[in-house]
Design a protein around this ligand. Structure first.
Ligand code: F0G
Length: 358
C-alpha cells in the first residue's frame, strides 16, 4: 500500500461497512499528532495536538462522513441530509459529491463561518439557511429524513455509523504514542465526538491494545454549555459558532464519557477561546478555528487550577488536545486580530525601517 489508505481501510476490522459496498473515501484520517512545546511548558504536562484540520475538508467530520456516506450509498438512497453549524455540511457535501449523491444541508442563517459556507457551495450542496439555530436545524433534518427514509439518509452523528468513523482518532493516537494519554481534552457541541473518542478508547482497552484509558475533559463555550448547566439552553450564543448548540443530541454519550472516565465537562469563555486560538497560532504554528481552541482553553484553565493531575505515579501527565477544525474555515475571526496594515513604498530601506529588526 502506497501511503495512508483512508480510515475504513486502515481500521477495516473495527469500522464495519456493508459487504460489497463501494467505499467513499478522500483518504481522511491519519492526521498529525503534533507535540506542543509551548503548551507543555505552560502546563507542566506533555501536550500533543491531534490536528484534525488536516483532514480533506478541514475538520474531523470527514472521519464520520466516509462511513456514513458509504452506508448511505450502499442502502440505495438518492440523497443525504444534515443539520450543521458548518463543518458537517462541508464534509457531507464533499463525500456526497464523490458518491454521486445529492446533499441537502440545513444551517442556521447567518451563523456559519464563511469558509464553511464556501465549501458547501463549492461541493454543490443544496443549502437551506434556516431561520433558527442548530437545534432547530437538527429537528428539521430528522423529520425530513424520517418522512422519506428510502430516498434520503440522515448523516448527523445521531446516525451511529458516524461515531464508528470518528472513534478512529482515538485509535490513531494510541497507535502513535504506544499507549493512551492520561487526559484527553476536546471541544463539545452536539457531543458526538467525545462519545466517539470514548468508544474508541474503550474498544482498544477491551482488546488489550492499551492498558489504561484517559480521563475525558470536554469543554463547551460558556454561552452554550447545556452539559455544564445540566439542562438545555434555548438561545445558545458564542463566537465559536461550530459549538453554538443548546441541546446536544449525544447528551448521554457525553456524560457517560465524563463519568466513566473520571473526567469533567466544563465551560470556557469566548475570551479564553480566542486567547487560546491566538496562542496556538502564534506559538505552536497551528491555526485552528475558534471552537477547536476550546480544548486548549480548557487545558490551560484546568492546569492553572490544579485539576490537570498526572498519571497513577503522579508524574507529568500525557495530554492530547483535539483541535477539530482548520483556522481557514473562519477567516473573519483571524482578520479581527489584524493591526492596521503597514504600507511601504517599493524601497528596501523602507521595509527595513518598518520592520525594526535590529
Ligand atoms: N469543533 C468543531 C470545529 C466542530 O465543527 C464541532 C461540531 C465540534 C467541535 C463539536 O463536536 O458536535 O461532536 O461535540 N460541529 C457540528 C457541525 C455540530 O455541524 O459541523 P461535537
Amino acid at each position: 500500500q502506497a501511503g495512508w489508505p483512508g480510515l475504513i481501510a486502515a481500521y477495516a476490522d473495527r469500522v464495519p461497512v456493508p459487504d460489497g459496498a463501494r467505499v467513499i473515501t478522500l483518504l481522511e484520517g491519519g492526521t498529525p499528532l503534533v507535540p506542543a512545546p509551548e503548551l507543555s511548558r505552560r502546563t507542566g504536562a506533555d501536550v500533543y495536538l491531534k490536528v484534525e484540520g488536516a483532514n480533506p475538508t478541514g475538520s474531523f467530520k470527514d472521519r464520520g462522513m466516509t462511513v456514513a456516506v458509504t452506508h448511505a450509498l450502499a442502502s440505495g438512497v438518492q440523497a443525504v441530509i444534515c443539520a450543521s453549524t458548518g463543518n458537517t455540511s462541508a464534509s457531507a457535501a464533499a463525500y456526497a459529491a464523490r458518491a454521486g449523491l445529492t446533499s441537502a444541508v440545513l444551517v442556521p442563517q447567518g451563523k456559519i463561518a464563511a469558509g464553511k459556507l464556501a465549501q458547501a457551495v463549492a461541493y454543490g450542496a443544496r443549502i437551506l439557511q434556516v431561520q433558527g439555530n442548530f437545534d432547530d436545524c437538527l429537528e428539521l433534518a430528522r423529520k425530513t429524513a424520517a418522512a422519506q427514509e428510502d430516498v434520503i439518509a440522515l448523516v448527523n452523528s445521531v446516525n451511529p455509523v458516524r461515531i464508528e468513523g470518528q472513534k478512529t482518532a482515538a485509535f490513531e493516537i494510541c497507535d502513535v504514542l504506544g499507549r493512551a494519554p492520561d487526559v484527553h481534552c476536546l471541544p463539545v457541541g452536539n457531543a458526538g465526538n467525545i462519545t466517539a473518542y470514548w468508544k474508541g478508547y474503550r474498544e482498544y482497552a477491551a482488546d488489550g491494545v492499551i492498558e489504561t484509558t484517559p480521563r475525558m475533559f470536554g469543554f463547551q463555550a460558556a454561552g452554550a454549555a447545556p452539559l455544564v448547566l445540566g439542562h438545555p439552553v434555548s438561545a445558545p450564543e458564542t463566537i465559536a459558532t461550530a459549538i453554538r448548540i443548546g441541546a446536544p443530541a449525544s447528551w448521554n454519550g457525553a456524560t457517560g464519557a465524563r463519568d466513566e472516565s473520571g473526567g469533567l465537562i466544563d465551560a470556557v469563555t469566548d475570551e479564553q477561546i480566542l486567547a487560546a486560538a491566538r496562542l496556538l497560532a502564534t506559538t505552536e504554528g497551528v491555526f485552528v478555528e475558534p471552537a477547536s481552541a476550546a480544548s486548549v482553553a480548557g487545558l490551560l484553565v484546568t492546569a492553572a487550577d490544579g485539576r490537570l493531575t498526572g498519571g497513577p505515579g503522579g508524574d507529568r501527565p500525557l495530554v492530547v488536545c483535539t483541535v477539530t477544525g482548520n483556522g481557514l474555515k473562519d477567516p473573519d475571526t483571524a482578520m479581527g486580530w489584524m493591526t492596521p496594515p503597514t504600507v511601504v513604498p517599493v524601497a528596501a530601506e523602507a521595509v527595513a525601517e518598518a520592520l525594526e529588526l535590529r
